[in-house]
Design a protein around this ligand. Structure first.
Ligand code: GSH
Length: 492
């Protein structure tokens, strides 16, 4: 596989720490993607220029800026979601300004990074929401530093920018925040330049999934807010508040209704003349090899949940085909039998790859689509330990459960899986390093396999008498992806 160079641009703000980290770690190397991360302080308008000039292949754009860009004929398309929660725009004036609230602002000039940027579009929305009698006036200032200069020199009076990014400027006594404006839609999307070759689109999707996974992992780590605060010089309390209100896109797919709502709002304030159609906005899903939708053969309340958890962690696009394993006729589904010779769920079809067995599928998915994040790469020394835990689930944990169900007698030396007590002790020793995950800081497919098996023990009323394992299960079950996969075990 020859390496593809993928240039990705985003603002140098806390939202994008995951990109910085996967680029520094060269996490996509094993997928033959050479990720170049570029920080662009001028924001969405400038990044659209970079995309059009071919200086960036993908960029994380403010949703309203991306939609307006497409409406205005810019040569970009939307690939997927990035941040699903709203952006909290702060409405700032110079500290010495006489303005105290929204009522004092009509007629004053907005500093904007550039035309078509988020600061421009949201200023239009703000003026409309507050019933300004005349069209607002704008002064282009490039970026936050330019806004600081413009407001203190009296070249402009108002500046809209993300309120956590400007907090240090407020704390320094340069800006005063007189109001806030949350976007009524998910704030960031990933856009690509027009004309990207299919293999580059595939690489862009892989990178987006890896970054989403990294962001989700970062956000639920211990002291998560500190990592963001340290990287972007934010106050830890502020970083905490920001993180509590931030949700990453669940899967990479974008909701056409949400995009239509953004277009409608932009046209309503006269920022665009026409609302772009979904087909113009979205990059086609048909991107060639590896991008056909995966098909998961599954059945509720079975081991299928393990693989659904894995797929949800990856934010991957897949379809589910229900095989009712209690119905002999349903199990005759030919596609299913090809994938699962024993007629057991879960099973998977991914292009020409067909396979069964949950743990094997988790390993396949991690290696193929998330190596470097959900699985250590082949040449990583920690790979051996990772494989040990991947096989520990089906090879040791599951068979040892028979002892608790009364279907197997303990025989530590003769049984390949030892016995239940030895299994518990081994797992406890694996967690003794403080984790929070089996491989340390990084959540991996081994946690899906071992964590789901330990969770099954709790669900089936045979929990090991171990506080360390109980705590580990609690960490696993707290994950959003776990909950969306295992919900059917706790309902009805
Ligand atoms: N080793 C397989 C076991 C799969 C398995 O036993 N699945 C059960 C449901 S949890 C099944 O399909 N049972 C139906 C049958 O065997 O008839 C895995 O972990 O995926």
């Amino acid at each position: 596989m020859s390496e593809l160079r993928l240039a990705v641009a985003g603002v140098p703000e806390h939202f994008n720490l995951a990109w910085r980290r996967i680029a520094e770690r060269r996490a996509l190397e094993s997928l033959a993607v050479d990720l170049h991360w570029q920080e662009v302080s001028e924001g969405t308008g400038r990044m659209i220029d970079l995309l059009e000039a071919g200086d960036a292949d993908m960029a994380l754009l403010l949703t309203e800026g991306a939609v307006a860009g497409v409406a205005n004929g810019r040569r970009i398309g939307l690939l997927g979601g990035w941040v699903a929660s709203p952006l909290r725009w702060g409405v700032h004036v110079a500290a010495a300004s006489e303005a105290q609230s929204a009522r004092d602002l009509p007629g004053q000039r907005f500093a904007i990074s550039r035309y078509g940027s988020g600061s421009h579009l949201m200023a239009g929305i703000y003026a409309q929401q507050h019933g300004w009698p005349e069209a607002p006036k704008f002064v282009v200032v490039d970026n936050l530093a330019g806004a600081r200069r413009a407001l203190s020199a009296g070249d402009a009076e108002i500046f809209l920018w993300e309120r956590f990014t400007t907090q240090p400027v407020v704390d320094a006594g340069d800006f005063r925040r007189v109001d806030e404006l949350p976007t009524p839609w998910p704030c960031f999307v990933a856009a690509v330049r027009d004309g990207l070759a299919p293999e580059m689109l595939g690489a862009a999707r892989l990178a987006l999934r890896a970054a989403l996974h990294e962001a989700q992992g970062l956000s639920c780590a211990d002291r998560a807010a500190h990592a963001f605060a340290e990287a972007y010089a934010l106050d830890p309390g502020q970083a905490n508040e920001w993180l509590a209100g931030t949700r990453w896109a669940d899967a990479t797919a974008l909701d056409p209704n949400m995009l239509a709502g953004v277009g409608n709002a932009m046209r309503g304030v006269g920022m665009i003349e026409r609302e772009p159609a979904t087909a113009e906005l979205l990059v086609s899903a048909d991107t060639g090899e590896g991008e056909q939708r995966m098909e998961l053969y599954w059945c509720p309340k079975t081991r299928s949940a393990r693989v659904i958890w894995m797929l949800e962690e990856m934010g991957i696009d897949y379809t589910k085909t229900l095989i009712d394993i209690r119905d002999p006729e349903a199990r005759k589904h030919p596609g299913f039998l090809e994938a699962s010779p024993m007629g057991k769920v879960p099973a998977l079809r991914d292009g020409e790859t067909v396979m069964a067995d949950g743990a094997a599928m988790c390993l396949y998915l991690a290696d193929r689509y998330s190596a470097g994040t959900l699985a250590p790469t082949i040449d990583d020394p920690s790979r051996g330990r990772f494989l040990y835990w991947m096989f520990f689930g089906p090879g040791v944990m599951e068979p040892s459960m028979g002892e608790k169900f009364g279907t197997a007698q303990p025989n530590r030396a003769a049984h390949g899986w030892g016995d239940f007590a030895t299994m518990v002790a081994a797992l406890e020793s694996g967690l003794a390093g403080g984790g929070p995950w089996l491989m340390g800081e990084q959540f991996t497919a081994a946690d899906v396999v071992v964590g789901s098996t330990a969770a099954f023990m709790h669900l089936f009323g045979i929990p090991p008498e171990s506080q360390a394992i109980t705590d580990y299960v609690a960490r696993c079950t707290a994950r959003r992806a776990y909950q969306s996969a295992f919900g059917d075990f706790t309902t009805g």
